[in-house]
Design a binder for this molecule. Structure first.
Ligand SMILES: NC(=O)C1=CN([C@@H]2O[C@H](COP(=O)(O)OP(=O)(O)OC[C@H]3O[C@@H](n4cnc5c(N)ncnc54)[C@H](OP(=O)(O)O)[C@@H]3O)[C@@H](O)[C@H]2O)C=CC1
Ligand SMILES: O=C(CO)[C@H](O)[C@H](O)COP(=O)(O)O
Length: 340
């Protein structure tokens, strides 16, 4: 069944969601604060609108609108859109919102008869071609009404072989979208997905860093023996090609994955990573995952350590590091050595 969907926010994610829907034969009405982004998609078949009022008027009741703006702006966008919506219309939040905000938003909208659906959306800038993995929360009947849209946005069964033991009809999950539960459940699952993402990213980053230094025994003059005493230089004589290792691991290894594919691409583009300073941002999902783990009493060592690594990368550990040096000087008279 072909449907109509409105999209607010036509950046890296929203624009490709619209393109995928248009390719799938659906009708899209689009709005963004940037008129150029709207015009670009209008040229590809979407209906252009210049205000939220115009946007709402272009949608047929019961309306369905997907918000894909920067996460910090979602709340105000939901409220502003609701002013133009009527009972039985649906507002979908596909951004990386905190699941607790979903619960509050849904409760406030339901008083006006407006439905709210939270959709954790994964796929990044590759989603147009690969499809987007969708984790959905909301009222089951409302989510079911939107299913043709989810089916088009999601990757579909594709070339992934069926998991052994699965039989019968192909399920939603096998097509790349999943109804996870009531409001907030979709973003809860996406939150943990991103927490895992931090851990997997950190594992690759640390492993490749160890490979990168496997030659320190050959460069002892440059090696800072103070920070990393090296007793056996003969064990560190390997000039390893990290770009080639990422490439070989893509083929048949236990750690092969899309994240490794992207790691290999990054190293291929710039083996010395000269474009990057190493300040790693975080948008909140890793922190919320760790908070949930604490509140559930679930040990999440790897996810927590990988979150803290991001803080360190931005110099947030500097005070603690200075205090470590200061204490060492206090008890042992050890002067801090200049950087090697
Ligand atoms: N990028 C990614 O890999 C992923 C992102 N997400 C989530 O998806 C959401 C969107 O991300 P992304 O597409 O990367 O962000 P972008 O910044 O690329 O795009 C956001 C778009 O929304 C526009 N915009 C901002 N405020 C408003 C508003 N009030 N009304 C209408 N349009 C507005 C922006 O315009 P302008 O630029 O002119 O301000 C921009 O065109 C975020 O919540 C993000 O966390 C989820 C999964 C993956
Ligand atoms: O959801 C995503 C990927 O799955 C987004 O790219 C998100 O921004 C990644 O999280 P962070 O910004 O905290 O690294």
């Amino acid at each position: 069944m072909k449907m109509q969907l409105g999209m607010i926010g036509l950046g890296r994610m929203g624009a490709n969601l619209v393109r995928r829907l248009i390719r799938g034969g659906h009708e899209c009405v689009v709005y963004d604060v940037n008129p150029e982004a709207v015009k670009a998609l209008a040229a590809e078949g979407a209906t252009e609108t210049r205000s939220l009022a115009e946007f709402a008027a272009a949608l047929r009741p019961p309306r369905a609108a997907w918000i894909m703006v920067p996460a910090g702006l979602t709340g105000e966008t939901v409220s502003a859109l609701a002013e133009h919506f009527a009972p039985d219309d649906v507002i979908i939040d596909g951004g990386n919102s905190y699941y607790r905000d979903d619960i509050l938003r849904a409760a406030s909208l339901v008083e006006r008869g407006i439905h709210y659906v939270d959709v954790g959306t994964s796929g990044g800038v590759f989603g147009l071609e690969r499809g987007f993995c969708l984790m959905i929360g909301g009222e089951p009947g409302v989510v079911a009404r939107l299913e043709p849209l989810f089916e088009t946005i999601a990757p579909g069964v594709g070339t992934i072989p069926r998991t052994p033991g699965r039989t019968g009809e192909i399920t939603q999950a096998e097509k790349g979208y999943l109804y996870c539960g009531p409001n907030g459940a979709g973003h809860f699952v996406k939150m943990v997905h991103n927490g895992i993402e931090y851990g997997m990213m950190a594992a690759f980053a640390e492993g490749f860093a160890v490979l990168d230094k496997a030659n320190i025994g050959t460069t002892s003059a440059e090696h800072n023996a103070e920070t990393a005493p090296l007793g056996n230089p003969e064990y560190y004589q390997y000039d390893l090609d990290t770009t080639a290792i990422a490439e070989v691991w893509r083929r048949g290894s236990v750690v092969s994955s899309w994240l490794l594919d992207l790691t290999a691409a990054a190293l291929q583009e710039d083996p010395g990573l000269t474009e990057f300073s190493g300040r790693v941002s975080d948008s909140g999902e890793g922190r919320w995952t760790v908070l949930a783990a604490v509140e559930e009493g679930v040990p999440a060592h790897v996810l927590t350590a990988s979150l803290y690594e991001r803080f360190s990368s931005r110099g947030e550990g500097l005070f603690a590091d200075k205090l470590l040096s200061a204490m060492r000087k206090q008890f042992g008279g050890h002067a801090e050595k200049p950087a090697g």
